[in-house]
Every structure is written in C-alpha cells, then in structure tokens.
Design a binder for this molecule. Structure first.
Ligand code: PLP
Length: 430
C-alpha cells in the first residue's frame, strides 16, 4: 500500500506544492493531504483505504453525492458518443434551457469550463456592455483567479486595489475597487465618488469563500438601487450558491425578500457541471447580444459546452429538480449544523452556525460574522485542532476556516449523527 505521506512526497517532486489547487495542500491546517482513491455516495476513501464522510463534495459540485447512478449512466453514454467535437450539440441547448427554466433573471447562457473563466468573462461582458472600466468587488469574496480579481483593498475609496498575487501588475487591478462586505456606507461613498465610471458590482450573495456569510437584504437592495441609478450592472457570482442553496439559486432568496429583484448577470459553476469541468455566465438577451459572434465582446473555448460535461450537468440538474429535493437537503443540512451547535454548547465552546439548502458554515465564535475581517478573527489553532480531530474520526471537512461546507443528498441521518457524535468528542478536547 502506498501511504498518503509517500504520495505527497512523490507529488511534491513533480507538482508545485504537490497539489493542483492550493487549498488541497492542507497548508492552513498543517499535516498531510489525503490522496483520494475513490468515492461513492457520501463517502471517500484515501490511498490507505481509510473511509471519510465527505463534507467538501469537490468544493460544491457533488450535490447528489458521488457516483449517482443516473449521472453515471448519462456520462458513460455521452463518453461513448464522443468526448469533444468543437461543434454545437443539442445537449448544450438542453442544458441552457434547463438553467434558464430555474432562474427567471436570465434569457441566455454561455457555457465555459471553469468558474474562473465564467467570472472573468462576465466582467468583460459588463465592461463591454457599459463601455466603462471600473469594477467593485468585496473583501472575502472569491470570483476565480483572473488577474483583475486578485486584489485587496487600497487605503481608501480614492485608491483602487493592490494585487494579492505576484505576477499581477498594479496597472491590471487599477480599475478594481474592493469594499467591505455588508458595509452600506462604503458602497454609497463608492458610487458617489465613481458612479459614472462603474461598469459592475460583483458579489457572492452568500459568501462561501469566507466560510458562510450572507449579504444582508438591505445591502443587496441598496446595491441594486445604486446600480440602476448609475447605469452599472449587478453581477451575482453563484458559482458556489447556484443550484446549491435553492432550486432558483441564491437570487431566488433575495427575490423573495426584495420585490422585483434580479441581478443583471449571473455566474454559475460547480453544481451545473455535477463534478465535470463546466461553468456558465448568463444574462438577458439584450446584454448577451454584446458577446461574440453577435457583438464586440470576445469570448471562446475549445472545450466549452463539452458533450460529456454537459451530460453530467444535465443529469445532475434533472435530479435536483425533483419535487421536495431541496426541502429534504435543507432539513438534513440544518440537522447537521444544529447538531454541531448542540455539541459545542454542551462542551462550552463558543460556536455559531448557518446553512441554506445543501451549503453550511460554522464559526468558533459566538455570533455570525458579517465580513471578512471578523471571520479572520477566528482562533485559527483551535479551528485546526477541531479539523484534525474530526479528520482522525473519519469526518472530512474543509481544511481552512474560511471555506464553506457541503451536504449531499447521499448523506444519511446516520452519517449526520456520526458526525455530530465525533464533534461532541472533539469539542471536549478543545
Ligand atoms: N466563484 C466562486 C464563488 C467560487 O467559489 C469559485 C471557486 O471556488 C470560483 C468562482 C472559481 O471557480 P473555479 O474554481 O471553477 O475556477
């Protein structure tokens, strides 16, 4: 048997840091990443044969659990028909129709291969459609690793951002303004200072890249009003929340709270590909008409709308469209976070939780944070002890305190109970 340690050592020789995406390296929590050999339903097994209950679900896509029979069948059938044609297929049309059917704000969809690509293209579209350059994003929201989005706040509203990655020239982020999430005053000031130059405001409506922080309804309502007043576009990045928190995605929750609410552009990924490389950006016909080949905003992809990926995504969306799917998933996720909260309370550990549909967050603090600065005041060593205590007990949580968790339809009540029982033990050691 090859151990995780041996594989990690081998990987580090040929892959930078041993991983193909940084968070997998366990740098935040320490220790050796688990090399996964296979997965089924709610479980994964590593190279050493150890079984885990999986609460990462490939960072969101696996809403049905691993190896769902209907999805597997669709993928196998599609693979036999052909891997990639570089020409349009009926399945791309079907997937676009299926996405549009659930999300009233969109009339047209462009498929791409990753959330990064989708977010980057959405911004280009917003800039092309408005003829403006400046964009607003929020601290703690991740929209993929496009250069203009790898940015942290400048020293004030007059100064735009600074790159957060080497290799990104300052000039590339000079049009990106980074504001505090849920801070109404800052967004007002930003529009007062730069209104006519702002192409778009991009937000994660439930920010899963700072664990789980909801954009407050008055905040979203005010951004919508300011965008309308100043001719800017409002982009909802639903790569994580799309078809994960509700059938109509997070925007349906805001539409229920704010009459007539809709974003101008939506970005999807993860669940719409069911675990295959597939993402999308979408908007009204009028805005999407700016895209090539119709309009002047260029965007393209060799593997865009890949026939195997679209089969996987379509089969996944069909399963989650079944009546009652989200009620059951939401109840299961709620049972998990309530159980964790009860166990933490019993052990006297300050703890708070939130969840929506199959997405959840928990914080080692007494009250839910509203922005990134507060999230990052978490007692990191304590989180790391919790993470490793759970991992040792076969519970695979996100290896960083600023990541959301995911429950799938394959998780059973027994899985949830086992997770809560493990947490109760670990909390007593914290
Ligand atoms: N947007 C959000 C909200 C995300 O959570 C992510 C990835 O986690 C992305 C964009 C980037 O997607 P990808 O990793 O597919 O490039």
């Amino acid at each position: 048997m090859t151990t995780n340690d041996q594989l990690f050592e081998r990987a580090r020789q040929v892959i930078p840091g041993g991983v193909n995406s940084p968070v997998r390296a366990f740098r935040a929590v320490g220790g050796t990443p688990r090399f996964i050999a296979r997965a089924q339903g709610a479980y994964m097994w590593d190279a050493e044969g150890t079984q885990y209950i999986d609460y990462i679900g490939s960072w969101g896509p696996m809403i049905l659990g691993h190896g769902h029979p209907a999805v597997l069948e669709a993928v196998q059938k599609a693979a036999v028909e052909g891997f990639s044609f570089g020409a349009p297929t009926e399945r791309e049309v079907e997937l676009a129709e299926e996405i549009i059917r659930h999300v009233p704000s969109i009339e047209q969809v462009r498929l791409v291969s990753s959330g990064t690509e989708a977010g980057m293209s959405a911004i280009r579209l917003a800039r092309g459609a408005t003829g403006r350059s400046k964009i607003i994003k929020f601290e703690g929201c991740y929209h993929g690793h496009a250069d203009a989005l790898l940015v942290k706040a400048g020293s004030g509203l007059a100064t735009f951002g600074h790159p957060t990655s080497a290799g990104v020239p300052a000039e590339v982020v000079q049009h990106t303004l980074v504001l505090e999430y849920n801070n109404l005053e800052q967004i007002e000031e930003a529009f007062t200072a730069h209104g006519p130059e702002i192409a778009c405001v991009m937000i994660e409506p439930i920010a899963g890249n700072m664990n789980f922080v909801r954009a407050a309804v008055p905040f979203v309502r005010r951004i919508r009003e300011l965008c309308d007043q100043h001719g800017a576009l409002f982009i909802f990045d639903e790569v994580m929340t799309g078809f994960r928190v509700a059938p109509g995605s997070a925007q349906s929750l805001y539409a229920a709270a704010i009459p007539g609410f809709r974003p101008d552009i939506s970005v999807f990924g993860k669940v719409i590909g069911g675990g295959m490389p597939l993402a999308a950006f979408a908007s009204s016909r009028r805005i999407m008409a700016h895209l090539a080949p119709l309009g002047g905003v260029y965007q393209a992809g060799t593997l865009s709308g890949n026939p195997v990926a679209t089969a996987c995504g379509l089969a996944t969306l069909r399963e989650i469209s079944r009546p009652g799917f989200f009620d059951a998933l939401g109840a299961k996720t709620r049972a998990l976070v309530d159980g964790l909260k009860g166990a933490a309370d019993a052990a006297g550990v300050p703890f708070c939780v939130d969840s929506q549909g199959g997405m959840f967050g928990f914080f080692l603090m007494p009250e839910l944070p509203q922005n990134y600065t507060t999230v990052m005041t978490t007692d990191q060593p304590r989180f790391n002890r919790f993470f490793h205590g759970m991992l040792e007990r076969g519970i695979y949580l996100a290896p960083a305190l600023y990541e959301a968790g995911f429950v799938s339809a394959a998780h059973t009540d027994a899985d949830i109970a086992a997770t809560v029982a493990a947490a109760a033990e670990v909390f007593r050691t914290l």
